[in-house]
Design a protein. Structure first.
Lengths: 454, 112, 454, 454, 112, 112
C-alpha cells in the first residue's frame, strides 16, 4: 500500500497510532524501517534497492499510459482515433504538471494536516525533490527511498486515474472540457481522496485496505467516468428504439496491444506498491505480487473467453481484453496475501463482472465506449471488497464503508465539475461533428487518412 | 461498345480475371464493394449486443468491350464465378457511346 | 541455464553429481551458492539481486507474448487477425493457469523424482510460493532467489513455447482444438522435457548444454508446430499446380513492432537465464549475455537483408524480421561464452537458415504462416548444435543426441495429441469459413471492420 | 554524462586534470570511485548496481529504436511504410555491428589517444568484453561497472543517432546509400565527436557539459539529417508554386505509440547517463533525472497542444507528438540539476521550438518528413545552450563554442559522405518510383497490402 | 431495367437500405467514395501548412431494378437521404440492357 | 446527360479535378480501384515465392454532365491525365436518363 514512510517529528505520534492498521505490507514497511536485519543489506543499500523498485515500477506504470492510448484508439471508430490519441497524450502531460503543482503535496501531508486526516495543507504546493549528489545525511528518509523516485512512482498512479476517464467518454466529448476535468481530477480529486488512505488519513486509520488502488485509483477513475457519462449522454445512434447498436472498434490489433501493455505495466503498478525492496521479505513479497498479478489477469481473460463462447456461441475478443484488465483491477487491492489459486479465482470473478457488466450498462443506456466502467469501477469494487478473504487484517465492513465514502466524494466532486463545465462551455460536440467524427472536425486531421473506410 | 458490370465473390476474382484474359479481355476496373442481397442478413453479437450483418464483401468488375464480345464476356464471368451457392453475384450490361485511351487519344474499339 | 538451485537434502547427492556438468553459467551458480566472496554483497543482498533479475527478466519475457501477438497479427491476412489475437491472449492465459496447476512442479522435481531423471512426481501439483513477509530463515533457498520470482520467470518460458505454435497454424486451425493443445503443451509436454535439462534430469546429467532454451523452448515449440502443420495441411490456395501462392501479411508495421518487442524481451530471456546476479561474476556475465544477444539479432537481420537483396534483387522486410528472430534463437543456447564477434556470426548463420528455410518448407508444401519453423526450430537446432564451438564444456555428440531425444519426444507426444484432437473434434475450419476468414465466421467480429479491403 | 571512468595508468594524469570539469554528475562519479562511504554498499555491490543501471537503461534505449520505427512508419504515407520499417531495423543492425567493429573503441580511447584529445587510436578496433565468470580482480574497472554493460548502454546511443537521420530523409532516399551513410555515421562520425566529450577529449577538457547528449547524440543526428535533406531535396510535390503541400502521415496511432515508446526509453537514456547507481547520491540523482525527464516531455507536449490550438484554431496531434519529443531532447543536456519546475519550462520551450521550427523549415523548402530536425537539432541546441542556467559548472560561451565545433565537424563530414554517395550511386529514387511509392518499387511488397488506399 | 446510381451521406446508408428493402429492392452494390461537389472545399492545417479538403466521404449505391420500379426507388432514396443540408447527394438513372444472376443464369428481371 | 467514367493514375487526380473545375464541372464521384490492363503484370517475390502483380492502383472518376459539355470534359481529362506512359487510363461515356439532387429534388441539368 502507498503509505509514504517519511514522517516529520510533528507526525510521529499519528504514525505510531496508525501504523498497526497497515496490514501485511506493513511488515515490509517495518522491515525497511527497523534496524537492518542481521546479515541483510545495510540501510543505504536498502534505500537504493527501494528507489530502484520505484524507478522500474514507475516506468512500467508510465507505460500503462501508452496502453490506455492504444486500447482506446483501437476500440473507437476510426473517425475519432486521432482525437482519442490526442486526449491520452494531453491528459498524461496535464497530470504530470498538476500533480507536480498541487497533487503530490496534497496527497502526502506527511503529518502536516490542515484538517487532521481529511485535508492536507496545500502549502508548500509544488513537489520538491532532494538535492543533487546528496549523502545519507541529505536523504529525506534514509529508511525509505529517494523522494524523486517516490514522486515519479506516485505521479504515474495519478495519471492512470485520468486515463480511465478518457475511454468511457470517447467519441463525443469536446477536447477542452475533458482536459479541464483532467486538471481538477489530477490536482485535487484524486490526491485528496488518496491522502485519506495512502497519505495516512482517516480511511487508513479506519483500517481500510487497498494495497495498490482498486479503489483509490481504479474506482475513482471509474466513478468520475460514470458521472461524466451521465452528464454527457450516449453516442448518437447507440440506443435506437430499445435496441443497442454496436459500434465496433476500428482496430482490434491496437486494442490487444494496449491490453498487453497494461498487463505489463501492472507488474510495476502492484509490485512497486510494496514500497520496499531492501529486505528478503520485501523482495519475496514483490515477487509474490508479480506472480499473483499475472494469475489474476490470466483468470479474467480466460473466464471472459469461455463465458462469451457459452453465452454468445462465439468468443468476443474485446470482452477477453476487458476480462484480462478486470482481472488485474480485481487483484490490485490485495495482490500480496492471496495464493496463486486465490489470485486466479479473484481475477476470474473480475472476468465474470465484465461479461455481465458491459451489457448491463447498455441496458441502463449508459454508454461506455471502451468498457472502462465495468473494468475499473465494478471490478475495482469487487477487488476492494474481497481483500479480507485473504488478508486477516481486513474487515468487510470497513472495506464497504470506505468504498462508499470514496464513491460519495468522487461522485459529488466530479458531478460538480462536470455540471459547471457543461454550463460554462458545454461538454459535447454538436451532432454534425459527432457524425463526421471528431478527428476532422476538431483536429482537422485523420488517424488513417489514406485507408478508405467501409 | 458495352459496359459489363459484375458483382462477384472476392475469392473468385483471380479465376475470373484469368478466364477473361484467355478470351481476350485486355482491361478492367476492379472495386471492393459491400454487397446487399439475398445472401445478407445473418446476425452477430458484439459486446453482448446483437447486430445484423447486412452487407457481405464483394468485388465489382467493370469491363468495357466491343458489342460483339459482350455476350462471351458475360457468359465467361457467369460460368467462372459460379459456385452454386447463394451470393454468387450479378452481371449487368449497359451501352457505352464512346471510349478513349488517355495515353494515345485513340477512341472506341481501338481504345480497349 | 535454468538449473533451479534449491535442492532439498534428498537430492543433494544428485546435485553433487551433476553440478560439474553445468558449464560456464555454473561458475555463476556456484559463486551465488558458495560462501559470500570477500568484499562482495552478503547472501541476503545477493538473494535480492537475483530475485530482481528474475522479476525484470520475467516481465521482459512476458512482453514477448505481446511480440508474438503483433508479429503474427501482422503476418496473417486481415480476415484472420482478430482470431490470431484471440489465440495469442488466450494461450498466454492458459499457460499461466496450467503451468501453475501442473507444469511448474513437473518441471522442477527438486530432486524428488518419480522416475529418477525422467519423470517428476506430479505431487504436490500446484505451485506454492513462499509466505508473506518472510525472513532469511523463511526463504526456500537463501542462496538462490525468491521462489515466486523464479516461478514468474519460468512461467514466461512455458508461455513462449506455446506462442511459437500459434503462428505456424494460423488462418486455418479452429480455436478450441488449438487451445486444448496449448493446455497439454504447457501442462505436460514442455515441463516434462524441460525437467530433463533444467530440472536436473538425464539430459542435464549427460552434459547437454542449452543455456536459455534454443532446444528446450524454441525447438520444442517448433516441433509441436511442425507436427501440427502436417496434421492440419496448408491453407487453401497456398500451393496451386506446383506453384507457391504468397499470402502477404496484412500489416508489416505490426509485424515489425512485434519483432522489436521480441528483441527487447530476449534480453530478459537470455540474461535472466544466468539465474544469478549477486556477484560481480554474475552481473558481468549477464551484461555479456545482453551484448551478445543483441549482436546475434543484428547479425541475423542484416544477413537476411543482404541475402534477399542478392537472391531476389529486392530486400524482403518479412525475411529481415524473421532473420533478427533467427539470430536471437541461434544465440539462445549459449549467449554467454561467445565473443561479440562469434555471437554476430552465429546470428548471421541463423539469418541464412531463415532465408533458405522458408522457401524450403514451401517446397515440401508445409505451410507455416509466419515462418516460425525456420526461426524457432531450424535456428534452434543450429544454436544448440554450435554451443561447443565456444563452450569447452560442450560436446557436439551430446548436443546432437539431446536434440534428437527432445525431437523424438515432442514429435511423438504432440502427434498423439494432434491426432486425437483431429479425430474427436477436427482441427480445421471448413473451406467456406477459411475463405471468408476466421474472424467473421468464428468470432463474429473483424480486426479492422472499417477499412475496405483491397 | 558519459565519461567512461576506467582509465589505465597511462591516462591517470589526463583524468586528474579533466575530472574537475565534469560538473554535477562527477560528484556521482567520484562517489562511485572513492573508497566506499560509511555504511553504504561495498565496492562490489556498487559495481553490480551500476551494471544493472546500464542494463536496464540500455534496454530502455534499445526500445527507442522501436519508437523511431513506429513514429516514422506512422508519419510517412502508406506507400513508403514498409521501406521505412526496413530502414529502421536495418540501421539498428548496422549500428550494432559497426559500433562493435570500430565505434566503441574510437569513442573511448581510455587515455590512449593517437592525437591527444582529438583522435583515439583505432587499435584495438573491435570491442572486447570482460571474460566469463570473473571475480573482482578480473573486472576492468571495479569502481565502475562491467564493460559489457557499459558497451551495451553506449551502443544504444550510437544507434539512436542513426535513427534520427532516417526520418528526415524518408519517402525518397534509396535504401543502400542511406545504409552506407549509417555505417559511416555509426562507425566514425558519431564515435569520433563523442570521444571529444564523453571519451574525455578536448571538448570535455574545455568544460563542455552535455549530460546525456542533446548535442553529442541528438544534434549530431539532426545535422547529418539536415545535410542529407539538402543533398536530397524535397519530396516531389511537397512545395508547389510557393505553397507547402501537406503529406499527412498514414497512421497517427502508430506515430503516437512511437512517441510513447520514445518517452519511455528516454528514462533509460537520461537516467542511465548518471553512469553510477552504487551510492545514495547516485540513485537519488537517477531518480531526479527520471522525474525531470518526464516533466520536460509533458511540458513540451502541452505547449505544442496549446500553441497549435491558438495559432491554428485546432490542435495538431503530430505537433503534440513532436512537442513531447522536443521536450525530451531539450532536457537531455542537463536532466539532473534543474528543479521539476525548470525542467518543465525547459521542455515547454522545446515545444515552442517545434511549433515554429516545422513551418520554418518548410519556408526554407527543407523537407523533413517527420520533423526530426526541429525535434533533435533545434531543441538539441536549445537544451545544450541552457545548461548553465541550472548547472553552475556550465558556461554559455563554452556551450556555444562546443555546439559550433560539433556542428562544423558533422556538417562537413556528412556533407562529404553524402556528396560521394550522390556521385557514386545517387541518393534518390527516380520520380516514377517515388510516385508509386518505395514499397512496391524497391521492396516489392506493401505494408498494408489489403487496405484500399483513399 | 434501370441502373440507379446514388451518392449519399455515409450515415444515411442504413436508413436508405431499410427504406429500399421495404419497397422490395432485393439487392444493391455499395461503394465508399470521395465526393466532390458544392459541399467541398473547407481548408485545414497540417503541421502549419494549409490544405483544402476537396473531397468529402460519401457512399455510392448502385441498384438495378425493373424499369417499372425505377421512379419509386429514386423517390425513396431522395426522401430518405434528404437532410436539407448541402452535400446530401445525387441520384442518376441509366438504362440497363441485360442482367444475369451468376448462380442460376436467370436473366433480366428474374435476375434481380 | 452523360456519365463520364475515367480510370486515371492516382497522382493525377488533383490536377484533373482542378482542370475540370476550371471548365465548370461542379461535382464528381471518386473511387479507388485496382486497374487491370496492358500496364499490369510485373512479378514480385514475397518470402521467396514469385507472384504476378496483375492490378495497379488507379482512381476512377464518375462525372455526370449535360450532353453539351461531355466532349469538353472528355478532352480535358484526356489532356490532363496524359503522361504518355502506359497505364494512363481510359475514358468512357454513357447515357444518363435522369438526375436528381437529393437535397432539393431538382432534376436533370439543374441537379448537376
Ligand atoms: N438489384 C441489384 N442491383 C445491384 N446489385 C445487386 C442487385 N442484387 C444483387 N446485387 C449484387 O449481387 C450480390 C449477390 O446477390 P445475392 O442476392 O446476395 O445472391 P444471388 O445473386 O446468388 O441471389 C449482392 O451482394 C450484390 O452486391
Ligand atoms: N456532376 C456530378 N457527377 C457525379 N457525382 C456528383 C456530381 N455532383 C455531385 N455529385 C456527388 O454528389 C455529392 C453531393 O453533391 P454536392 O454538390 O456536394 O451537394 P448537393 O448535392 O447538396 O448540392 C458530391 O459529393 C458527389 O459525390
Ligand atoms: N476494357 C477496359 N474496361 C475497363 N477499364 C479498362 C479497360 N482497359 C483498361 N482499363 C482501365 O484503364 C487502365 C489503364 O489501361 P492500360 O491498358 O493499363 O494502359 P493504357 O490505357 O495506357 O493502354 C487500367 O488499369 C484499367 O483500370
Amino acid at each position: 500500500m502507498h503509505f509514504r514512510k517519511f514522517i516529520p517529528a510533528g507526525a510521529a505520534l499519528t504514525a505510531a497510532i496508525l501504523l498497526p492498521a497497515l496490514g501485511y505490507a506493513q511488515e515490509a514497511a517495518e522491515a525497511a524501517a527497523e534496524a537492518v536485519p542481521a546479515g541483510g543489506p545495510d540501510e543505504q543499500t536498502a534505500y537504493i534497492l527501494t528507489s530502484v523498485l520505484f524507478l522500474v515500477g514507475g516506468f512500467l506504470v508510465f507505460w500503462m499510459a501508452a496502453g490506455f492510448a492504444m486500447l482506446e484508439a483501437g476500440l473507437v471508430r476510426s473517425k475519432n482515433v486521432a482525437m482519442q490519441l490526442t486526449k491520452n497524450i494531453a491528459l498524461f502531460s496535464l497530470a504530470s504538471i498538476f500533480y507536480y503543482l498541487v497533487g503530490y503535496n496534497l496527497m502526502y501531508p506527511l503529518g502536516d494536516w490542515a484538517i487532521e486526516g481529511y485535508f492536507s495543507a496545500l502549502f508548500p504546493a509544488v513537489a520538491v525533490l532532494e538535492g543533487v549528489g546528496i549523502d545519507a545525511a541529505g536523504a529525506d528518509d534514509i529508511a525509505y527511498a529517494s523522494t524523486a523516485s517516490d514522486y515519479f512512482f506516485q505521479l504515474m498512479f495519478c495519471a492512470t486515474t485520468a486515463s480511465i476517464v478518457s475511454g468511457t467518454l470517447a467519441e463525443r466529448i469536446k477536447l477542452w472540457p475533458f482536459l479541464i476535468f483532467t486538471i481538477i481530477l489530477t490536482a485535487f480529486i484524486y490526491p485528496l481522496q488518496a491522502s485519506w488512505k495512502w497519505g495516512g488519513g482517516f480511511l487508513d486509520e479506519m483500517g481500510f485496505l487497498d494495497f495498490a488502488g482498486s479503489t483509490v485509483v481504479h474506482s475513482v477513475g471509474g466513478w468520475a467516468a460514470l458521472v461524466g457519462a451521465l452528464f454527457l449522454g450516449p453516442r448518437l445512434g447507440k440506443y435506437k428504439d430499445g435496441r443497442v447498436i454496436p459500434m465496433p472498434g476500428s482496430n482490434l490489433a491496437l486494442a490487444t496491444l494496449g491490453t498487453f501493455i497494461l498487463w505489463l505495466g501492472w507488474f510495476g503498478f502492484n509490485g512497486g506498491s510494496q514500497l520496499a525492496m531492501g529486505t528478503i521479505g520485501d523482495v519475496t513479497d514483490v515477487s509474490r505480487i508479480f506472480a499473483n498479478t499475472n494469475a489474476a489477469a490470466a483468470g479474467g481473460g480466460l473466464t471472459a473467453l469461455v463465458l462469451t463462447q457459452l453465452l454468445y456461441k462465439k468468443p468476443d475478443l474485446t470482452m477477453v481484453l476487458n476480462g484480462c484488465l478486470a482481472g488485474l483491477v480485481s487483484i490490485t487491492a490485495e495482490p500480496l496475501t492471496p495464493t496463486l489459486g486465490w489470485a486466479t479465482i479473484i481475477g476470474m470473478i473480475g472476468g465474470v463482472i465484465v461479461v455481465f457488466g458491459v451489457p448491463f450498462l447498455d441496458k441502463l443506456k449508459i454508454d461506455d465506449a471502451v468498457g472502462a466502467i465495468p473494468v475499473h469501477l465494478m471490478a475495482g469494487i469487487w477487488g476492494t471488497f474481497i481483500v479480507p478473504l485473504t488478508n486477516p487484517d481486513g474487515s468487510y465492513v470497513t472495506q464497504i464503508i470506505s468504498i462508499l465514502i470514496v464513491a460519495a466524494f468522487v461522485i459529488v466532486a466530479s458531478a460538480i465539475v462536470w455540471f459547471i463545465l457543461k454550463l460554462v462551455m458545454g461538454l459535447r460536440v454538436d451532432a454534425e461533428t459527432e457524425i463526421a467524427g471528431l478527428d476532422m472536425a476538431e483536429l482537422g486531421m485523420e488517424a488513417y487518412p489514406e485507408f478508405s473506410k467501409g | 461498345m458495352k459496359l459489363i458490370i459484375a458483382a462477384i465473390k472476392p475469392f473468385k476474382l483471380e479465376e475470373v480475371r484469368e478466364a477473361l484474359t484467355a478470351i481476350g479481355v485486355r482491361g478492367m476496373m476492379v472495386t471492393e464493394i459491400k454487397g446487399f442481397g439475398s445472401q445478407s442478413g445473418h446476425t452477430e453479437i458484439y459486446r453482448g449486443a446483437e447486430y445484423a450483418v447486412n452487407f457481405v464483401p464483394k468485388v465489382k468488375l467493370e469491363i468495357v468491350v466491343s458489342a460483339a464480345m459482350a455476350d462471351q464476356v458475360v457468359e465467361t464471368i457467369q460460368t467462372t464465378a459460379k459456385t452454386d451457392k447463394i451470393g454468387d453475384g450479378k452481371i449487368f450490361v449497359l451501352d457505352v457511346n464512346q471510349a478513349v485511351r488517355v495515353r494515345t487519344g485513340e477512341t472506341n474499339d481501338d481504345a480497349l
